[in-house]
Structure formats: C-alpha cells, structure tokens
Design a protein around this ligand. Structure first.
Ligand code: C6P
Length: 410
C-alpha cells in the first residue's frame, strides 16, 4: 500500500474545518493517531485495565505484561541492548529534565562545560541552564552556519576536556536540520563527554538506532509518533542509568523502605515513581507496530519527497523566506517560513479559514528566533498521512493570505 493511502487510517482527517477538507500540517507539534492506536487504548481499558507490578490477579498480570511488553517493543524499535535501558516518562521534556536533575547536577561543578546549539528547543536548553546555575558549570553554544546547520569543525573546536555533556537535537523542530549526532557523539566521547540527544523530531520520522548513534541518552515523545499524549521515553546506556539518581521518589520505585533510609528497585523501575502511564505505553506499543509496518525508511523517504516538493512550491511565492537548509536531504519533514512581513499568526489564521492547520509562533526556540532576527515564524510539518495535495492546499491558502494582506507585504 502506498503511504498516501495511509490517510484513511486516521479517522480525524476525515472531516471538514471551516467548510474545507482538513489539511493537517502540524505533526511536529503532535501527530494524529491511527485507528490501530485508538483501538489498542480502548481495548486496554475495556478488557485489561489494572495497576501494574502490584496485584497478582489476572487483570493485574495482563496490565503488567502489556506495560512491560511495550518497553520491550520500544527497546527493539531504537536498537537498545535491553529493555532495562528504557525508562517511561511523560515525554521528551520530562526525560531531558530527568537527565539534568539525576545525572548532570550531581556530577557537574565550576569549570565544567555543557555544550549545546542555540537552535535547541527550550526543553533541551532550560534544564541545562538550571543545571549550570545550580552547579557553577558553564553553558557553551556552538555557532550556527548561515543555513542553520552545525559544522563538525565547530564542534571539534568547542570540545575540550572541560566538556562534560553535549546536548543536541537530532532534528531541529524549527529549521528541520538533521544534525550529525553519530559524528558529534564520536568527537564528544574522545574528550570524555556524555551525549544527550533530543529525539523528539527524529524518532517519529527516521530509523534511529541508539547503538549506531552511540548516544548516551535519547529522549522522545509518544505523541509525535502516532502514540498518545502523556507517554515518552528516556533511553540511557545501562552503566549511566545505574549511576544516575532517581528523580521521583515514592511508590513503585522502591526496594526496601525504612523510617530513615530506603533503597531503590533495579533498572528501569527506580526511575518510575508512582503509577505509570499504562494506557499510554499500550498506545505507544501500538504506534510502534503501526510505524514498523509502514517502515521507518519509507516514512523518511516520504518526508523527504514532501519536503522537497514543499520547498519547490513555496519558491513560487516570491515573498516567502524559508529558514534552514535548502536541500531536503539535510532536513526532516518540516518547512519553517515567513510570508513577507505578515505576522505568522495572521498567516495561520487565514490558512485555518481554508482548513489548513500549521503552527505559528516561536516554536519554543526563542534564542533561535533572535538569531533569525524574527519574533516568530510559520511552520508546516508533514507526516505519513500527508501528500502533495496537502502542500498544494497550503500554497493555495498562502496565496489567499497574500491577497488578504496585500498592503502588508514588503
Ligand atoms: N516541540 C513543536 O511544535 P514534549 O512537549 O515534551 O513532548 O516535547 C518537547 C520537545 C523537545 N524537543 C523538540 C525538538 C521538540 O520539537 C519538542 C516539542 C513541539 O515543535 C511543541 S513546542
């Protein structure tokens, strides 16, 4: 089956918005969910719902098997050595905060450096800012090339024995840039630094193998990869997770509790305090099955084709500024742009009137907006249920926006 035919797997897409066919181009914010995922969550609640790792009754066993089965599935999906390296979180943000709190803060001190790019999402920036403030470590930013890419020569020049941690997105949620994380990890490891990869935009869109990347930590969110909201993953190399402190203390994560001291469960449960997001894990497992059946290589090819088509069609509107690399090969499935001097919120409002959903704003990357010299941008992002007709609808609606705001284009 062609990927274009995948539209029919997503019930939400079968509707009109403001009298027009819904054209959903905001998957980088959150993806839509296929029927298989919606059904898996519904079936779980209808048949198996119970708390995990507790009761010995039948439903408790089923729920535990479903939850731990999801962990195994995630481990296989990203090529982890074992399911014990997979910690369920609420999402990318929580996973990155856990590394900053549980791994970085107890180890960093004055003179240590954290290296990151200024294009990072706030979720991969503020936890490090806070860790630096708390420990006396220093933040160091890589320069960006004019097209928003990071040059390996700059990474090499910035690294030193003082670098203790490198935090970088695999794919930028604004520029779409695919960062060479395997090469960055190799260089970082030469100076003994640990590499944290923000996979929020990459794990849903291309094959990611943590052993091939040799990253030390990887964070991603279920909701951007056809799964439910409220579930995400922190992958960590076993040795590092074993050394890392838990961040949440309470039920589920303990071994023995005394009045003044307690000990923790083994990996990965020591990081999962409280009742976990069981239905979310079940939904994520169904999403992984769905994506695997389509094929991650096929999804990457599809994104690349749509991005190339979007870049070409946007060039027809000569007052469009596109940010990020010109070549679809070097970017994920999203295009960030501005239309003349029209505020992106106004662009987005006109597009919405034609049923086209895009994102407008600073995309949780204010430092990058400052580098680009704009307060905000518009962003169209693609996934396996989009096709060329969606991009044609985008361009048509942008023409309407141009017409509507004729006087403002400068
Ligand atoms: N970016 C976007 O529209 P959470 O919210 O925890 O699931 O993911 C945070 C996050 C971290 N890193 C990157 C690169 C991201 O793109 C995101 C989420 C959305 O771009 C919402 S701001």
């Amino acid at each position: 089956m062609s990927i274009a035919a995948r539209k029919s797997d997503f019930p939400i897409l079968d509707q009109t918005v403001n009298g027009h066919r819904l054209v959903y181009l905001d998957s980088a914010a959150t993806s839509q969910k296929p029927r298989a995922v919606i059904e898996a969550v519904r079936r779980y609640y209808e048949r198996d719902n119970a708390n995990v790792h507790r009761g010995v009754h039948t439903l408790g066993t089923r729920a535990t098997e479903a939850y731990e089965g999801a962990r195994e599935k995630v481990a296989r999906f990203i090529g982890a050595r074992s399911a014990s390296e997979i910690v369920f979180t609420r999402g990318t943000t929580e996973a990155l905060n856990m590394v900053a709190l549980g791994y970085a803060r107890p180890r960093l001190g004055p003179g240590d450096e954290i290296l990151l790019s200024p294009a990072e999402h706030h979720s991969n920036l503020i936890p490090w800012q806070q860790a630096a403030k708390a420990t006396g470590a220093t933040l160091k930013y890589l320069p960006l090339q004019p097209d928003g890419t990071v040059a390996l020569a700059d990474v090499r020049a910035a690294l030193s024995p003082r670098t203790k941690l490198v935090a970088i997105a695999h794919i930028s949620n604004v520029l779409g840039t695919i960062h060479p994380v395997a090469e960055i990890a190799r260089l970082a490891h030469e100076v003994g630094a640990v590499v944290v990869v923000d996979g929020a935009q990459s794990v849903p869109h291309l094959p990611v193998d943590v052993q091939a990347l040799d990253c030390d930590f990887l964070a991603f969110s279920g909701h951007k990869m056809c799964g439910p909201t409220g579930i995400g993953v922190l992958y960590g190399k076993r040795r590092l997770l074993e050394d890392m402190e838990p961040v949440y203390f309470g039920g589920e994560m303990i071994d023995v509790v005394e009045l003044y001291e307690s000990t923790w469960k083994e990996l990965p449960w020591k990081f999962e305090g409280g009742t976990p997001v069981i239905a979310g894990a079940v939904g994520l497992a169904a999403a992984i099955d769905y994506l695997t059946e389509v094929g991650m290589e096929a999804i990457r090819d599809h994104d690349r084709r749509l991005t190339a088509y979007a870049l070409e069609r946007l060039r027809e509107l000569d007052d469009v500024t596109v940010y990020g690399p010109a070549d679809a090969e070097r970017r994920g499935g999203l295009v960030t742009f501005n239309l003349g001097s029209i505020h992106p919120h106004d662009v987005s409002t006109v597009l919405d009137a034609e049923g086209v959903a895009i994102r407008a704003g600073h995309h949780c990357a204010q430092p990058l907006m400052r580098i680009l010299g704009v307060p905000a941008t518009a962003r169209a992002s693609f996934y396996l249920y989009n096709d060329e007709s969606d991009i044609d609808a985008l361009v048509g609606a942008l023409r309407s926006a141009k017409e509507f705001f004729k006087h403002a284009i400068g």
